[in-house]
Design a protein around this ligand. Sequence first.
Ligand SMILES: CC(=O)SCCNC(=O)CCNC(=O)[C@H](O)C(C)(C)COP(=O)(O)OP(=O)(O)OC[C@H]1O[C@@H](n2cnc3c(N)ncnc32)[C@H](O)[C@@H]1OP(=O)(O)O
Ligand SMILES: CCCC(=O)O
Length: 450
Amino acid sequence: MSDVMELYRQKCVSAEKAVSIVKSHDVVDYGFFNGKPVVCDQALAARHEELKDVFIHTAVTIPPIPEVIKYPGSFVYHDLQFSKLTRVLKSSGLPAFYLPIMYHQAPAWFRDGVADHRNVVICAVCPMDRHGYFNLGPHPSATLASMEQADAVILEVVQDMPRCLGGSEESVHISQVDYVVEAPADQKMTDLPVAEPTDTDRRIAGHIMPFIQDGSCIQLGIGGMPNAVGKIIAESDLKDLGGHTEMLSDAYVDMLLSGRMNGARKPFDIGRVPYTFALGSRRMYEFMDNNPAVSAYPASYTNDPKVIGQIDNFVSINNALQVDLFSQINAESLGTTQVSGNGGMWDFVIGAQWSKNGKSFICLASTYKDSEGNLRSRVMPRLKEGSIVTIPRHQVDYVVTEFGAARMRGQSTWSRAERIIGLAHPDFREELIREAQSMGIWRQSSKKDA
Ligand SMILES: CC(=O)SCCNC(=O)CCNC(=O)[C@H](O)C(C)(C)COP(=O)(O)OP(=O)(O)OC[C@H]1O[C@@H](n2cnc3c(N)ncnc32)[C@H](O)[C@@H]1OP(=O)(O)O
Ligand SMILES: CCCC(=O)O
């Protein structure tokens, strides 16, 4: 038996044995995204009666529901990017706390001792290779950095996890690991639904398409709309597009398979799409497996605005919840209710503006329907009290709704208000103009129809 196989045999234990090292008041990282453990989570939750105030940290909680969250006295659940599941759990009364992040800094948080010290890291990974390495799968993120400084590392090995080529910091060696737990063979990657673009999504994407040229490098953020842009790009006649992103989504599979995206004109990572996590369908995970077209990197690389800024013609496309007449962007909360997170939005908004001929687009549908079915504007005079400003006004480049794309960069307060009102649904424009007048950001000569 080789040395690494011998080490594997020594470290391979049951989930119960592995999580027995967790103590009350420990800080425990669950792998982010698809790195969330399942059998180790169940085994840890089963100890709820003997544990108190174990801090769990993760990001983007995907199904299945983590068991630990059900025992709030024993575990304090932190999510660095709320997902739909986190929202549902929180609104049903289970506590989940948000932790704001500037994502490109996450690996340095661990390496520079900024983050709370992690006692234990528990992460789902791929099976070990013959050299003793476990590929981290589609979530390099800050995973290796958190493992480096933790007192103990537990790996939950999932046969179904795609092996994701890097890049860097995409694997961990058996010598760096304390326990290995083999997940049951039927533990599968979570197949997330891919939303079909709505008519509004298509109209928004249509306003961005004129800004994308052959050779542009594309980042698509989380949410339904960026995915729509990817689908429309795949159906276009653009060529030699590049990709460089935080999140790999199904849209990248469409753009790569259509041949529109080949990374041929990039200054580095030629022919590859760097990403730091992936969330999507089974089809996407199968595409990623051992595929050099997509490259796993830590967030300190993918999201570093200095790296992004070196790629000419960078086009960053992200989604928001609301915009106000000052052009402040809220992409994460509704009043004091946390909906999502700032994640890597700032990184890409700024990086794209540091790129030669680069552009950042922040997109939103102009309206939504409330629970009674009434049409409401997402273009607000002012953000509601308690709402979070994800991108402050001086950092906003383009804002896009189904009514157009308008640039804020370089514009005054009255001009921003005028442009933003032009992006609102016509039913709300008169009221927004009155509000802009009362706020002192409207000129009488401004266009009445904005
Ligand atoms: C990973 C990366 O994204 S890369 C870097 C960029 N990072 C980011 O941009 C992070 C911030 N952005 C985001 O998290 C997302 O893009 C969001 C939340 C802004 C939009 O994501 P989507 O999945 O398209 O959200 P969606 O439009 O479904 O809205 C989320 C929820 O808020 C509700 N909602 C949205 N806008 C409003 C509004 N103005 N008023 C009331 N409710 C609203 C929706 O109904 C939905 O409710 P649900 O809990 O029933 O699902
Ligand atoms: C941890 C941040 C992840 C995101 O941007 O979604």
